[in-house]
Design a protein around this ligand. Structure first.
Ligand SMILES: C[S@@+](CC[C@H](N)C(=O)[O-])C[C@H]1O[C@@H](n2cnc3c(N)ncnc32)[C@H](O)[C@@H]1O
Length: 360
């Protein structure tokens, strides 16, 4: 029992402690540059959960400072004593610096800034980063980091997932550009979905990263993470190429749709269920329930987002209640959830759906 709870505590402590790989950051940022080479030009970029001793965000933006045309790069880190995961040793970079302070190293955050060629070797790069301890622990919500946020144009990072809602609200409070990693589940949060619906935030180009570095070394697989951004990129302006409903049923690659010969229509909401993004019928003008992964392909010129049939937002759609007499057929169904009746007459709930409609 004791062992189990220790394991649980260790796991919880590590939940926010995993690091993004360089190649994943590079791939995503390059896609914005392809669309607009000046995306970061003359911008102040803040990385608020990033210590260059381990953050590839700091490494990437420092190394590419000139290529991106940045005005200023600021990277702040969170004090180890404030983290849930405390297994940390200061690196030689810190301990060999004249600024090293044994009383501060574990309780103060740090700030790293890059603006000019400090070592006068003719280029601005990671070796020109200047650092000092912050007054506080580097919490992104602290006054001093809020001040840095206010000075920034774009906030980039992989934030603590446990504080994702707060982190996004913190960026919106100051109306800043953003490029951050998060879990796909966050799409359904009541603080997040409405901003996606009105195109204030959208998904990035590459769908997240598949693996992250663990603090103790090695890699950890993590499916279902994605980039959230409000910076424009080319992929979101490429409409999906789709077949008509008739062709999907006759020639589509999804055997279940072919075999059934029709798309389910929900019983408690006027919309059809489309279980795969590539099976969205091009000629259907009504509302369609599609998987969350549709957002990876979402082109706002092609579709409008009507709502989210999951979690908090689902209740606001006004789905008709699940009839009492059907409860004995499927006990797992609840009011506030979409359902359709399958070929065997059994009510079924589709997996998380976003409701969309074709733009005319
Ligand atoms: C998911 S990790 C990612 C780290 C880094 N951005 C990267 O991608 O390699 C999130 C980091 O935020 C730190 N963190 C947790 N709470 C924080 C807070 N309130 N303010 C700033 N950083 C925080 C965690 O300790 C952790 O190092």
């Amino acid at each position: 029992m004791a062992n189990n709870s220790n394991l649980g505590a260790a796991k919880a402590a590590k939940n926010d402690e995993f690091y993004t790989q360089y190649a994943d950051i590079q791939k995503e940022v390059n896609a914005y540059l392809e669309y607009n080479p000046d995306t970061f030009r003359d911008k102040v970029v803040l990385l608020p959960c990033d210590d260059p001793e381990w953050s590839n965000f700091t490494k990437f933006f420092a190394q590419n400072f000139e290529r991106l045309g940045l005005k200023r790069l600021i990277s702040t880190s969170y004090a180890v004593e404030s983290k849930k995961y405390k297994d940390y040793q200061p690196t030689l970079f810190e301990t060999e610096s004249p600024l090293f302070d044994v009383d501060k190293t574990r309780i103060k955050g740090k700030i790293f800034e890059l603006t000019h060629d400090t070592n006068q070797n003719g280029r601005i790069d990671i070796d020109d980063l200047e650092w000092h301890y912050l007054e506080g622990d580097g919490d992104f919500r602290s006054k001093e980091v809020c001040k840095l946020r206010d000075e920034a144009d774009i906030i980039v990072t992989n934030p603590p997932f446990s504080l994702f809602r707060e982190f996004l609200a913190w960026i919106f409070e100051a109306n800043k550009g953003l490029l951050i990693l998060g879990h796909m589940n966050a799409i359904h949060y009541k603080e997040v979905f409405p901003v996606i619906q009105v195109n204030k935030v959208w998904l990035g180009v590459s769908n997240g990263a598949k693996q992250y570095a663990k603090p103790e070394g090695g890699l950890q697989k993590m499916g279902n993470t994605c980039w959230f951004t409000n910076i424009d990129h080319g992929r979101r302006h490429e409409p999906l190429k789709l077949m008509s409903m008739k062709d999907n049923i006759r020639f589509g690659k999804h055997r279940d749709i072919q075999k059934r010969g029709y798309y389910y229509h929900y019983e408690n909401f006027d919309a059809i269920d489309v279980p795969y993004t590539d099976a969205i019928p091009s000629d259907f003008d009504g509302i369609m329930g599609v998987p969350t992964t549709f957002l990876d392909k979402y082109c706002p010129e092609q579709f409008a987002i009507v709502g989210c049939a999951e979690g908090d937002s689902g209740k606001e759609l006004g789905l008709k209640p699940y009839p009492r007499e059907l409860k004995k057929l499927n006990k797992s169904l609840r009011d506030g959830q979409l359902y359709y009746i399958d070929e065997n007459g059994i009510p079924q709930k589709p997996y998380a759906r976003i409701l969309i409609r074709k733009k005319q």
